[in-house]
Design a protein around this ligand. Structure first.
Ligand code: ZN
Ligand code: ZN
Length: 275
C-alpha cells in the first residue's frame, strides 16, 4: 500500500543525498562550537515540527495550538524536508488503522530496512491521495494547504542552505541542515515506524496492552525522539497528547507541551493519567 510499481526517482535522490550528506558531515567536516549549537537548535526545531505539529496536533488532534506556533513549526517541517503534512496525516492514520497488517506501508514484518527507509524509495503519492478521506477534517485547513506545496518546501530549503553558506560556510550547511534533518527524520519518525514495531526490541520495562499490533516502547530513545518512542502507549491511546503511561516513563514532547501551555501557545491538552 502506498508503494508504486517503480522507483520514485525524486524521493530516492533526496534520500541518497541525505544519507551520503550526513556521512560526509560526520566523517569529513569539523564543526565549530557555533555550528554545533546550530545543529542542536535545528534538531530540536525539526523534531518538534514532526512530533508536536505533524503527529500529535494534525494527525491526532490531541490539543489546540496557537496559529503562530503552528506556522513556526510548519516552517521547521518544510525546512526539515518532512514533506506534505497532508500526506503525513493520511499515511499515519492509515498506519494506525492497519498496523502490522500486510497493507501497513512500513511494518518491519516485511523487513526492518524496508520499514525504516526503503519503502520511501517507492513512495506513491497518488496511492496515498486515494485515501484522502482519512484526512477529510483537514481538507480546508489553511496550514495544510500551505504545507502541501512542494515548490515552497524546496525553495525554503534552498534559501536556508544559502543563508547558512553565506553566513558561515559549507560545514554549517551539512552540520546545521543536512545532518540534523536526517537524524531528526530517523529518531522521530523512521526509527519509530520500524524499531518500535520490531518485536526483537521488546523490553522488560514495557507494560503491554492489547493493541492487536507489534508496537512497543523503546525507553532509551525517549530523549532523542522527544517521547515518540513510547510508541506502544501511543498505539493503545492514540488520542492523548502524552505518551507516558507509567510513573517511570518520561515523555519530553509532553513536557514541552506543558511548558507551551503555560505560555498559552497550546491548550485543551487531552491527558492520559499515569498509573
Ligand atoms: Zn506505529
Ligand atoms: Zn500516531
Amino acid at each position: 500500500m502506498f508503494i508504486g510499481s517503480g522507483l520514485n526517482i525524486p524521493y530516492a535522490l533526496t534520500l541518497l543525498y541525505y544519507i551520503f550528506g550526513s556521512l560526509y558531515a560526520i566523517f569529513f567536516l569539523s564543526p565549530s562550537l557555533t555550528v554545533v549549537s546550530l545543529f542542536v537548535l535545528h534538531y530540536i526545531w525539526i523534531s518538534l515540527a514532526n512530533g508536536i505539529l505533524y503527529h500529535r496536533f494534525l494527525s491526532h488532534r490531541s490539543f489546540e495550538m496557537h496559529p503562530f506556533l503552528q506556522y513556526f513549526l510548519l516552517l521547521g517541517g518544510l525546512i526539515g524536508y518532512l514533506g506534505s503534512p497532508y500526506e503525513y496525516v493520511i499515511v499515519h492514520r492509515y498506519h494506525h488503522k492497519n498496523s502490522d497488517k500486510d497493507v501497513d506501508p512500513h511494518s518491519p514484518k516485511k523487513n526492518l530496512f524496508w520499514a525504516n527507509i526503503l519503502w520511501l524509495f517507492f513512495y506513491d503519492k497518488n496511492k496515498v491521495l486515494m485515501h484522502k478521506k482519512l484526512a477529510k477534517d483537514l481538507e480546508n485547513n489553511r496550514l495544510i494547504k500551505l504545507g502541501n506545496n512542494p515548490f515552497l518546501m524546496r525553495t525554503l530549503h534552498i534559501f536556508y542552505a544559502l543563508f547558512l553558506y553565506f553566513s558561515f560556510d559549507i560545514t554549517a550547511v551539512f552540520w546545521g541542515l543536512t545532518l540534523p534533518n536526517f537524524l531528526s527524520f530517523q529518531f522521530n519518525w523512521m526509527a519509530i515506524a520500524s524499531l518500535c514495531h520490531w518485536r526483537r526490541f521488546k523490553s522488560k520495562k514495557t507494560v503491554f496492552y492489547d493493541t492487536g499490533d507489534n508496537s512497543l516502547n523503546i525507553h532509551w530513545l525517549t530523549v532523542l525522539s522527544f517521547g515518540e518512542s513510547l510508541h506502544h502507549n501511543h498505539h493503545y491511546k492514540p488520542g492523548y497528547a502524552n505518551f507516558d503511561h507509567q510513573q517511570r516513563e518520561i515523555d519530553f514532547g509532553f513536557i514541552i507541551l506543558k511548558l507551551l501551555s503555560k505560555l498559552n501557545l497550546v491548550w485543551d491538552l487531552k491527558v492520559c493519567q499515569k498509573s
